[in-house]
Design a protein around this ligand. Sequence first.
Ligand code: KIV
Ligand code: ZN
Length: 403
Amino acid sequence: MKCWKKICQKVVVLNYGNGVKKIKIFDTTLRDGEQSPGATMSIEEKVMVARQLEKMGVDIIEAGFPVSSQKDFEGVQKIAKEINECEVCALSRCSKSDIDSAWNAIKKAKKPRIHVFLATSDIHLNHKLNISKEEAIMRIRESVSYAKSLCSNIEFSAEDATRTEISFLKMALNEAVKSGANTINIPDSVGYAQPKEYGEIIQAISSNPVFDEVTISVHCHDDLGLAVANSLSGIKNGAGQVECTVNGIGERAGNAALEEIVMAINTRKDYYPFETKINPKEIISSSKMVSDATKIFVQKNKAVVGANAFAHEAGIHQHGMIANPLCYEIINAESMGTETKLVIGRHSGKHAIISFMEKKSIPVNDTTIANAINAVKNSEKNEDIEQAIINACSTGVSNNARI
Ligand code: KIV
Ligand code: ZN
């Protein structure tokens, strides 16, 4: 049975004091995100993105994998020196030289964290690492203990956790905790898990008293388009940290998108009794900065940060938006520092066209309305429709148009 004293202590640690559980945002745009093919950033760009992540309010910045290259090392080192509020984290395999490199890169940080990982699934143990389960446990013990001797803040990740036999996963995580890990991460490294299933794995770990004193973290990849759904399911089932990237960039199909997780929590407070420290007004500028630095463009219809996320063209939708934005927008555009756009196009209706005319101070009467509607409905692909309305209304000739 769970010890009540421990449960109460845990609640005190995780809550802001208002009864709402605080979820830590661990941003890995500069590590897992930068591992996206072709996304390599210069050191200056990485430092600029790190500053923006800090401004946006992330709790932890995973700045890179220092042993992977001298440039990565220098980038992490620079970020560690520049960042004040966030924890700065460096990734390391379970090897002494990796851990030394990670520590040397972040030791000047105000709040350093070493992130040690080892794969735990049979497929990785047998085919990639060629080691037994006993050897894996020994490596976890030695590496986490060694990292702990250098840095008080240690995260351990069981790579490919979702394809790991649950009893062995618990054993590996328990070994990491006994050796000093403060955070245990359960990655869906290949985006294989389904939301209910992933939630059950997190529940099986979070409900185990052995893990009461540590933060449970989720890290999901998007191979089946489920990274955000899986992450949210993990949070619902007891995780206190979510690992994510701006625009969802990352290995292969990417990681869970920070903006989608944060806005799901903010928008559905009734369903997710949690809060993060992210300032939604900084999300769109972060998205643009990461897109520019990585040259990975954001699709127009991308949730939350796509150019069309707050744009409406269909007549019925525009009418609803004019009547009350709640009709078709669940996220308040202003809360994100942006605005709703009523785009005039062939699908637009009378209400939006009149609203556009009023905005442009075009006289609104039966003739101008008819001319404007006619110009819109007969517009050609790629035509500047707004200019066409202005031209049509200035001719003064009446046209009969459908609505
Ligand atoms: O996807 C993954 O398993 C990782 C680990 C290194 C945490 O990125
Ligand atoms: Zn990953």
